[in-house]
Design a protein around this ligand. Structure first.
Ligand SMILES: Nc1nc2c([nH]c(=O)n2[C@H]2C[C@H](O)[C@@H](COP(=O)(O)OP(=O)(O)OP(=O)(O)O)O2)c(=O)[nH]1
Length: 139
């Protein structure tokens, strides 16, 4: 599962993005930090653990960005990923594991976000995230 770490769950304006170092077909591409559930873990606990291991942060989770399927967002023929909004509770995000760079980017306007070479399967998730952020924006 993945985390859409934003600057504020209440009024998200920036997203924390991470650049993968492996495997070769995804190295250099940007993604939502996260990873797989270990035996006996809930999805939420696994996500919090991955954020700590990968980025050195303690986070609080917000709502799930619901995907079209039961398992969330389809990544390829065999894998899917559920994604939660999250906010940093403690620590400064750093690329400790699996990534070589992390960056805060504006959700809207989206040029910077869209211009990054994302893992292609993540683009529909970005669209849903931006729609959620726009809905929360106080006008
Ligand atoms: N974490 C993550 N994985 C993604 C995203 N988009 C995407 O297609 N994937 C793919 C890449 C991998 O093939 C697969 C799972 O990656 P992963 O990072 O959770 O798993 P991993 O086996 O590399 O590492 P781990 O669970 O041991 O931390 O999902 C994304 O936004 N975040």
């Amino acid at each position: 599962m993945g985390a859409a770490v934003v600057d504020s769950l209440l009024q998200p304006t920036r997203l924390l993005v991470a650049r993968r170092t492996a495997p070769p077909e995804f190295a250099g591409m940007w993604e939502f930090p996260g990873g797989k559930v270990e035996p006996g873990e809930t999805c939420e606990a696994a996500l919090l653990r991955e954020l700590e291991e990968e980025l050195g942060i303690r986070a609080v989770l917000g709502s799930e960005i619901e995907g079209p399927g039961h398992q969330g967002w389809q990544l390829n023929a065999v894998a899917a990923m559920r994604v939660w909004l999250a906010e940093v509770a403690d620590g400064e995000p750093a690329p400790l594991q699996d990534h070589d760079e992390v960056r805060w980017v504006l959700l809207d306007p989206s040029h910077e976000l869209e211009a990054l070479p994302w893992i292609p399967a993540d683009r529909p998730i970005l669209t849903a995230l931006r729609a959620e952020a726009a809905a929360r924006r106080v006008s």
